[in-house]
Write a protein that binds this ligand. Sequence first.
Ligand code: FES
Length: 105
Amino acid sequence: MDRIAFSVNGTACSVGSEVDSDKTLVDYIRRELNLTGTKVMCREAGCGACVVAVTAPDPLTGQLKTFSANSAKIWSAFRSSPGAGHGEDKARRMVSVESLLTKEI
Ligand code: FES
């Protein structure tokens, strides 16, 4: 299984075969990165508690798109676009609620 590189709130991350293909983004950021601001409720994409923002190249056009992801499997969120592992990894990023802490209000 290829590795996928992306950033979470600006911090570089990389996942490979050590990460279960069924692992969700929210479980990854809560357990592996200790970012517990994103919550878990239904685990069925019904409540929106676990929503994060993901930016990745569109699989059809290759243009960067930012979309909300809830209950998304970590692999499908970042692997759905062409070019994985071929220089586009730097464009793949995710932001969670913790990213708001760095903004001046
Ligand atoms: S926990 Fe309900 S949508 Fe993710």
